[in-house]
Design a protein around this ligand. Structure first.
Ligand code: HEC
Length: 159
């Protein structure tokens, strides 16, 4: 068990080393510092929440699963600033909303079905969307869009 974990870690390390010599070709989202911070804070909440859900599942505490899943649901999405929403590509928004909906469903099912295996399956399915989005997009900080003469192209920022 331990050996497999160590092996897969070294595989990840090798993969990271190889790709470090390549340019990041994922679609660029040009954000301001504040927008970037907003999205990344939400992302870390996703990761923390997911870890908390796994921990609750381990204890078969389905009430705690619901408690950790619900804040990651659509309620979280509605807090996003409107200007940020307008700026995001449609597919990005759809993928994001779909993950929020999944967490609402996970919370509801945890309360009604109380079936940890079912919740694990839902979580695993939903996390494919984390991966899909991360594979497709990267964030770059550019000037404020309303700055006079600003060039939103990320090419001006590769120092
Ligand atoms: C709709 C797109 C999308 C979805 C869905 C998504 N992410 Fe992200 N996430 C991003 C982007 C874009 C970044 C920034 C990546 C970059 O610039 O390299 C990011 C970054 C992160 C980071 C790094 C945060 C930091 O402080 O640097 C974590 C952790 C993360 N995501 C976790 C998750 C988890 C867990 C899920 C699923 C439950 C998820 N994300 C779903 C788009 C998404």
């Amino acid at each position: 068990m331990k050996k497999t974990f160590a092996l897969s870690l070294s595989f990840i390390a090798i993969t990271a080393t190889v790709s470090a010599h390549e340019v990041d070709k994922r679609q660029v989202l040009s954000f301001t510092e504040i927008q970037r911070n907003h999205v990344l804070t939400e992302m870390r909440a996703f990761l923390t929440g997911t870890q908390n859900i796994l921990d609750a599942l381990l204890r078969e505490d389905m009430a705690a699963v619901a408690r950790y899943a619900r804040p990651l649901g659509m309620g979280m999405a509605h807090k996003a600033e409107d200007d940020l929403k307008a700026q995001l590509p449609k597919e990005f928004m759809q993928l994001g909303m779909s993950v929020h909906k999944d967490f609402d469903q996970i919370a509801m099912d945890a309360e009604s079905l109380k079936d940890s295996k079912h919740t694990l399956r839902q979580l695993s399915e939903s996390m494919k969307k984390c991966n899909a989005c991360h594979a497709g997009y990267q964030i770059r900080v550019t000037e404020q869009p309303d700055e006079p003469g600003a060039h939103p192209s990320p090419m001006h920022h590769q120092h």
